[in-house]
Design a protein. Structure first.
Length: 293
């Protein structure tokens, strides 16, 4: 039994999906599956029930989860030298933020504070659960969380644009949003994901119910599919910085309702923490500058 396989098991248990675990850890799904099977063979029982929508811990898996968490905690203590306490900043982000705002804010933070960063990526429900379980300090999110112990900072919303393949006739003769009714649409995430529900709700308000050709959890994947002429999509503008490289064209939509909110969300017990206060100032300054640009 290898420590790295136990750490992978913990990641799968947290994320609840082999494919999303592979994406977040920058591994192939076949590697994740092989290593999980190796661990299950080593312990002698099945750790997860495989389901169409992901995986769920078995009874033995629940028991092993507790043991695995203790094992990794002990290993961490054994391998870390006794030094002065180094502050840790734990950040979790949605996919639309992890390639844009998060790197910029963390880079600025490190210029002001010597902190150890722990950064994770996840979907709305994963971030909400991690925040309420005190597993992360801050979440960059496109939809709010309402809870008595949670604080929200709202910044300038991000515009949602239509993207089409380069050379598509809509680039010079866009018929308006109703044209999406018959266009092959590439949707972001599952149908219960907040951003997808926002986009589909805006389309429904004008009587448009697009035919979803495919759904992907990866924004980069969606842009690549659109660039290869496999459909059209709607994505936050801050993620659309590589149009020339990916072969797509951004078409602004004239309706001011086509925006996605921007939130920094954290637990109330951080309000008097100096590291947290510094990070909030860094993020606030970042979005103020973004608004000016």
């Amino acid at each position: 039994m290898e420590t790295k396989d136990i750490q992978l098991f913990l990641a799968i248990a947290r994320i609840g999906s082999l494919s999303r675990t592979a994406e977040q850890l920058f591994m192939s799904q076949s590697t994740v599956t092989t290593r999980l099977q190796r661990l299950e063979h080593a312990v002698g029982y099945t750790l997860f029930d495989r389901r169409p929508d992901g995986v769920k811990l078995t009874v033995n898996g629940e028991r092993f989860l507790q043991l695995a968490e203790r094992m990794t905690a002990i290993e961490t203590k054994m391998t870390q030298p006794v030094t002065a306490s180094e502050p840790i900043l734990r950040v979790m982000s949605g996919r639309a933020f992890v390639s844009t705002d998060v790197p910029a804010c963390l880079s600025r933070m490190l210029k002001h504070e010597n902190v150890r960063l722990e950064v994770r990526m996840g979907l709305y429900d994963e971030m909400k659960d991690a925040l309420l379980a005190d597993q992360v300090d801050f979440c960059f999110m496109g939809e709010p969380i309402y809870h008595p112990h949670i604080r929200l900072l709202e910044f300038e919303p991000d515009v949602i644009d239509l993207i089409v393949p380069k050379g598509h006739y809509w680039t010079h003769d866009f018929p308006g949003i109703r044209g999406l009714h018959h266009a092959p649409f590439i949707a972001f995430a599952r149908d219960d994901a907040p951003f997808r529900k926002r986009v589909m709700g805006l389309l429904a308000k004008v009587g448009v119910y697009p035919k979803v050709r495919m759904e992907l959890d990866s924004i980069d994947g969606i842009k690549a599919m659109v660039g290869h002429g496999l459909g059209v999509s709607c994505l936050p503008r801050r993620t659309l910085h590589d149009a020339e490289e990916k072969g797509y064209v951004r078409i602004p939509l004239s309706d001011p309702a086509w925006v996605r909110p921007t939130f920094l969300i954290y637990r109330e017990n951080l309000e008097s923490d100096p590291i947290a206060e510094r990070f909030i100032r860094v993020v606030t300054n970042h979005y103020e500058q973004t608004k000016q640009n």
